[in-house]
Design a binder for this molecule. Structure first.
Ligand code: ATP
Ligand code: MG
Length: 189
């Protein structure tokens, strides 16, 4: 099983997923959680293209695309032997506009079974980003957060058209992580 986990930054996808995987472990269902960006970095590093993460963004777009595709293939192979949950982004907000996190050439290699989109209220996301000092996140205003989440719903269905994956939207309201994690564990089981 290959499940893709997305949600805009600060929505709580990593926290919810960690808890969901704990619940599943208690039910003897094992998952490996991986981050798409980590796989890309490892591949680029092994090919001596970069030494640290910051250099990834400086690679020419063609190289980035090639590594992105290679990572999809690698993850797809991993998922043949075990359950894999890939933490990634549905769309990426750039100064020039939004980019799909899973363009067609990635979906063709990855072939996910399940697509999960974690959502929260824009006001809550804005607050979480403000208070989570462990991370550096770009500051998006509440209206932008709302629009970004709406856009992700649309593109999630487009991903489904390309890959045949099912799409699940999980709400992660403030202080109700356990409910969100339980819902996620049910989808992944
Ligand atoms: P990124 O895309 O940047 O990795 P993320 O979606 O993985 O972000 P997390 O790092 O999981 O987000 O969570 C962001 C912050 O919100 C963390 O401080 C986390 O503890 C908090 N948080 C997550 N879910 C909830 C919740 N239901 N209630 C309260 N706080 C939450
Ligand atoms: Mg995260």
């Amino acid at each position: 099983m290959l499940a893709v986990l997305t949600g805009i930054p600060g929505t709580g996808k990593t926290t919810t997923a960690r808890r969901a995987l704990e619940i599943l472990k208690g039910q003897n269902v094992e998952y490996e959680m991986i981050t798409y960006g980590d796989i890309m970095f490892e591949l680029a590093k092994s090919r001596n293209l970069v030494k640290d993460r910051d250099e990834m963004r400086k690679l020419i777009p063609e190289k980035q695309k090639e590594i992105q595709k290679h990572a999809a293939k690698k993850i797809s192979v991993m998922s043949a032997a075990k359950n894999v949950l890939v933490d990634t982004h549905c769309t990426i907000s750039t100064p020039r506009g939004y980019l799909p996190g899973l363009p067609e050439w990635v979906l063709a290699e990855l072939k996910p079974n399940v697509f999960i989109l974690v959502e929260a209220k824009p006001e809550e996301i804005a607050l979480r980003r403000q208070f989570d000092k462990t991370r550096q996140r770009d500051g998006e205003m509440t209206d932008e957060i709302r629009m970004h989440q709406e856009l992700n719903r649309s593109i999630a269905m487009a991903y489904s058209v390309y890959s045949g994956c099912t799409v699940n939207i999980i709400q992660n309201p403030q202080g109700r992580l356990e409910e969100a994690a339980k819902r996620m564990s049910e989808i992944l089981r």
